[in-house]
Write a protein that binds this ligand. Structure first.
Ligand code: ADQ
Length: 470
């Protein structure tokens, strides 16, 4: 039996109470099913050279955490990962800036991850690397002699070559991706964008008829693996949370008003400024809603050390203050804007309470909140999802009310349509989306990726067997 080894920048230890984000939920789902090892940064920065990984075992999963040096963290994580790759991959050139020291630190941390991971590897391991922080890790593992199947999954969008070419070492980045055996993307768009890079670098003949990529004597499987949610758990969490204190008090405080909910990390890619202005437009255009709808926006702070995140935070404080100042009354506030985390179950209860879920990123790999909103609804009386057509989730959730998040006037009009949608249409749209979510849930996502790695393993064993017999 092979063992699954997942590697991600940050790992979430079970003893920590922080709610895991999208990536962590996916990794945990894969590891809990099969057992295995999760390797990554434990969240501590140190001044001295980091030592060996700390190991913790819980429920058949071994957690191996390494520390990062403070300066490395600043350059690699806040710098290269979040001020170069994140904005570039989300098509936000305005927020991107390139710095060679940060690029070096990115390489150093990836090299260090490979060095610390190597002694923990076993001969039958399948290795699955997650996300843009760790693209070069596969190359370092290969250089150290690792021959086991290596997979990489990108949780965020992949940019078309015309955008990617802005990055000075774009060719190295593409070459690094070809060190893996399986490269996974959220959507067909991302896969096609990857092909555009491969074609640019290696020529169209590198892409075979079956979609695999041939570089030298290596064949790489590039495929789409859309991440999903745990539908049954989300449904149960949402139902149970309806009787929790937080959700009941929120519900009572509405005094019968309709509720719109948004849940996003505070990030410029999530389109919150545009969403706030769409809401303002909606209140101006449809004044009959003034005093009759509450918009609850939960947006926990993230990456607060990065300038673009400080700016977006200020912009949102101003925008929410402006709308509240203009429209609020002594007994009503149009926007409740909260910068804090909640337990996952509470969030699901809040989503279930909503008449409208609003998910309008300017660009998003997938967006799990959109899927969680659908899974959390009461199927007999479901809320309406307004979803950006620039989120990966729009591909599967085509029965949502799809909007262009930049078109704030259209988003406002769509909100009006959502609030007045009749029950039969709400049910029909919800049922179609729920069916899609059940078909492709989080377990299907991790199973499909691990199966792709197993196929690589089986194919290589056959090659070895033939080699031994001649
Ligand atoms: P994110 O950009 O973090 O993920 P998303 O997919 O929405 O975005 O996942 C966020 C997760 O965190 C959800 O499960 C949500 O419930 C949870 N969460 C959000 N706000 C919270 C809060 N205040 N308190 C507690 N939990 C909160 C990246 C990519 C996405 C991709 C995922 C998974 O950017 O496009 O869908 O990885 O691949």
């Amino acid at each position: 039996m092979s063992r699954l080894v997942c590697v991600s920048n940050r790992i979430s230890l079970p003893r920590k109470s922080a709610a895991p984000g999208g990536l962590a939920v996916g990794v945990l789902n894969a590891l809990k099913r099969t057992g295995g090892l999760w390797f990554g940064w434990g969240g501590e920065t140190v001044d001295e050279v980091p030592g060996d990984p700390d190991l913790h075992i819980r429920d058949g999963v071994t957690y191996a955490t390494v520390d990062l040096r403070r300066r490395e963290f600043e350059l690699y994580y806040n710098g290269y990962a979040n001020q170069v790759l994140w904005p570039l991959f989300h098509y936000f050139l305005r927020s991107m800036r390139y710095n060679v020291d940060e690029r070096d630190a990115y390489e150093d941390v990836n090299r260090m991850f490979a060095q610390k991971l190597l002694p923990l590897l076993e001969p039958r391991d399948l290795i699955w690397v997650h996300d843009y922080h760790l693209i070069p890790l596969g190359r370092y593992l290969r250089e150290a002699g690792v021959r086991r199947p290596l997979g990489f999954f990108l949780h965020i969008p992949f940019p078309n070559i015309e955008m990617l070419r802005v990055l000075p070492p774009y060719a190295e980045l593409l070459r690094d991706l070809t060190c893996y055996d399986v490269v996974g993307f959220q959507t067909e768009n991302d896969l096609q964008a990857f092909y555009s890079g491969i074609e640019h670098l290696f020529g169209a003949e590198a892409i075979r008829g079956d979609g695999r990529i041939r570089v030298g004597d290596r064949v790489i499987r590039a495929e789409v693996f859309p991440i999903g949610v745990d539908v049954a758990t989300t449904q149960n969490e949402a139902m149970e949370a309806m009787s929790s204190d937080v959700v009941r008090r929120m519900y009572d405080s509405l005094m019968g008003r309709q509720l719109m909910v948004g849940v996003d990390r505070l990030d410029y890619s999530k389109g919150l400024v545009e969403r706030f202005s769409a809401y303002q437009h909606f209140l101006e255009t449809y004044p009959e809603n003034v005093g009759r709808i509450t918009y609850l926006q939960i947006a926990p702070l993230s990456r607060s050390d990065v300038k673009a995140y400080v700016e977006i935070r200020q912009a949102l404080e101003q925008a929410s203050g402006r709308t509240n100042g203009r429209f609020a009354n002594t007994d009503w506030t149009p926007i409740r804007y909260l910068n804090r985390n909640f337990p996952h179950a509470t969030l699901m209860g809040l989503l279930r309470s909503a008449h409208v879920g609003i998910v309008t990123p300017l660009r998003d790999g997938m967006n799990l909140v959109a899927k969680e909103f659908v899974a959390a609804q009461n199927p007999d009386d479901p809320g309406v999802l307004i979803l950006s057509n620039l989120a990966g989730a729009a591909r599967e959730l085509s029965s949502a009310l799809l909007v262009n998040p930049y078109d704030t006037r259209a988003v406002g009009n769509t909100l009006q349509a959502a609030l007045s949608m009749a029950l039969p249409e709400r049910r029909e749209r919800h049922a179609a989306m729920l069916q899609t979510l059940k078909r492709n849930d989080i377990a299907a996502w991790s199973r499909r990726f691990v199966e792709a790695l197993e196929k690589v393993d089986a194919a290589e064993s056959r090659v070895r067997a033939i080699g031994n017999s001649v």
